[in-house]
Design a protein around this ligand. Structure first.
Ligand code: TXA
Ligand code: MG
Length: 325
């Protein structure tokens, strides 16, 4: 066990501590606009190794490297196609990870032995300044124990990772709340490997190229396992009718998360209404599941959100988080 410092991103002296830890090869959980990441100097193989140990993550699941700007891509990747710069100009800083051919200087630990590398410029201003000042890239997976919900607040990281990492840099709640879109630029066609806040249509509009989004992509993205993002309490995704039946049967032992509005007299132990708006829904999803998970109830029932394209990332994560999607 190590003692984990809680650092405040609005304090210059705390930022200096976070920088020092990263430079010395330590682990700092950092805020990004998507979810909190567990960061280490990506050029330091020992530091990168300790990310896997702290998360309990299998060593064959590659990490995303966070960089200060598109001009830094050349430090990490080779054979960068022009479309990468086009996408970077439009979506960076932001929730888009570009998969490129890995450069020779990148430690194999980062990419789990693969010859590709995921790169992203995060939009959180504190992290971005830190990356610029330190002149390094940080490897950072979501800052949760393997298979668990990704954290969207420093408190959640601290609760789950305290004792295993050097520090948590508290930069407030994450604005987006769901992990980045992963786009593979190494094949003959642009291909989404993980649905995220930036949709296939938005990518097509930017590039003028077709973007494919296969349903089965566990091979291309080793960490994209079917069972992921799991709360400890079983999560069921259901229709409103199925939820009302569950309340009739077992209302006192379950939490219900309705979409946009709740039935007038729901008698569940907890009844919550998720936002109608996609961006707000995504921002609150993990946080809500995490807080309900702490209540020790028998189950969490969640009403299906819409299924159109902009909800694809939400539905993807729910399908992995649920016992019965
Ligand atoms: O929004 C995000 O992307 C967050 C924040 C912290 O940036 N990061 C994140 O990292 O979600 P992580 O490690 O939890 O998920 C990254 C996914 C994993 O499924 C991993 O296997 C995949 O990206 N990945 C990373 N590099 C890859 C590569 N070279 N080839 C294939 N998949 C890769
Ligand atoms: Mg993750």
């Amino acid at each position: 066990m190590i003692s984990t410092q809680l650092l405040d991103a609005t304090s210059n002296s705390d930022i200096a501590i976070a920088k020092d830890i990263l430079q010395r090869g330590g682990l700092v959980a950092v805020p990004t606009e998507t979810v909190y990441g567990l960061a280490a100097d990506a050029m330091n193989p020992v530091a990168v190794h300790s990310i896997f140990a702290a998360k309990g993550r299998p060593s064959d699941h590659p990490l995303i490297v966070h960089i200060a700007g598109a001009e830094r891509m050349v430090d990490w990747a080779v054979d960068i196609p022009p479309v990468a710069y086009q996408l970077a100009a439009r979506f960076w800083p932001g929730p888009l990870t570009l998969l490129l051919r890995k450069g020779p200087r990148v430690p194999t630990e980062v990419t789990a032995g693969l010859d590709t590398i995921g790169l992203r410029v995060p939009a959180n201003p504190v992290l971005l300044t830190l990356l610029k000042d330190l002149e390094l890239g940080v490897a950072a997976p979501s800052a949760n124990p393997y298979k668990r919900l990704s954290p969207t607040s420093a408190a959640q990281v601290f609760a789950q990772m305290s004792g295993r990492i050097d520090a948590v840099l508290d930069g407030g709640d994450c604005e987006v709340g769901l992990e980045s879109t992963i786009l593979d630029l190494t094949g003959p066609q642009l291909r989404i490997l993980r649905a995220g806040p930036i949709t296939a249509s938005a990518l097509e509009q930017c590039t003028g190229l077709a973007v494919s989004q296969p349903l089965q992509h566990d091979m291309a993205v080793p960490g994209n396992v079917a069972e992921h993002y799991r709360p400890h309490t079983p999560l069921y995704i259901a229709t409103r009718e199925q939820m009302e039946a569950a309340i009739q049967k077992n209302g006192r032992r379950i939490a219900c998360l309705f979409y946009a509005s709740a039935p007038v007299n729901s008698r569940a132990a907890q009844t919550l209404v998720m936002p109608h708006d996609k961006a707000l829904y995504a921002q609150r999803l993990y946080k809500t599941l995490y807080s309900l998970d702490g209540l020790g109830l028998e189950a969490i029932w969640l009403e299906y959100p819409p299924s159109d394209e902009q909800w694809r990332d939400v539905n993807d994560r729910l399908a992995r988080a649920a016992v019965i999607p």
